[in-house]
Design a protein around this ligand. Sequence first.
Ligand SMILES: [Zn+2]
Length: 89
Amino acid sequence: MMNLLRKLRRGPSCSEILEILQSYLDGEVDAVDARKVAAHLADCTECDRESQIYRKIKSSLAGRRMHVDPEILAALRQFGQKVMAERSD
Ligand SMILES: [Zn+2]
């Protein structure tokens, strides 16, 4: 059902967004891609959650605490697997 909604909707899919999400958060994408990602994140709870996970990882790596919360890693892995499963059909 979600896949159908995504097909009807204009714009990139979640897996496309996730591919460039890290670059986006690092400020390494161009203005067109940045706008696409921002629009998608505003519209998609799951990708928005994913972007928050990346942010947490980045800030915990940047801070004194080098250890990444295992809960965050588990959530990230789970989400990645889900996206890969959706892509492989
Ligand atoms: Zn999404």
